[in-house]
Design a protein. Structure first.
Length: 185
């Protein structure tokens, strides 16, 4: 059975974007991006909410030849994976290998986990929160940046309780700390 993984780049105080919607402070350096790529390589399907999808579709149109090696690698990883976008307002997807779904159905995610030969990633804090509340998330991967932004969009949802088991920790030269936890169901 495939794992459903929530991975996020956050501030030390737990935000994925600041009060103004900016996340420029979260841009990974080459070392962190190489680690992200290693984690993302086995992902077969990315699940996004509309806003995260609109951010990520950049990787569909960028000329990969103009990118640094780590970003070029990430572009290939992202383009090779299937995508599922949950949105009530998006009329059609604008990227290849992308399916649009209008309603969140935990049973459909369970079936996907049972049938997928590859792990699955959920992107976007709000959608990940719904999946955590439904008991669907198997693993959390957080890259904590050495910055405090003081408010904004939280990486982890309020009102969701989960017992976690630390699987891995890693410190990067630039001060980013990676934490990987298994969710105990």
């Amino acid at each position: 059975m495939a794992k459903l993984i929530y991975s996020a780049i956050t501030s030390l105080d737990g935000y994925i974007e600041d009060e103004h919607g900016s996340f420029e402070w979260a841009a990974p350096d080459a070392e962190v991006l190489a680690a992200v790529n290693a984690l993302e390589r086995p992902i077969g399907t990315y699940i996004y909410g509309r806003r995260m999808y609109e951010t990520m579709r950049y990787w569909e149109t960028i000329d990969a030849d103009e990118l640094d090696p780590e970003s070029r690698d990430w572009t290939g990883i992202w383009r090779a994976a299937d995508k599922i976008v949950y949105s009530r307002t998006l009329e059609s997807p604008s990227t290849a290998r992308t399916q649009l779904v209008y309603e969140f159905d935990p049973a459909a995610i369970r079936r996907l986990k049972e049938s997928s030969p590859h792990d699955i990633s959920v992107g976007g804090a709000e959608l990940a929160g719904h999946m955590m509340a439904a008991g669907l998330v198997d693993e959390l991967q957080l890259f904590l940046n050495p910055v405090i932004v003081g408010g904004g969009k939280r990486a982890l949802p309020d009102g969701v309780h989960a017992r976690l088991e630390l699987l891995e920790e890693r410190r990067f030269k630039g001060g980013v700390v990676f934490l990987r936890h298994r969710v105990r169901h």
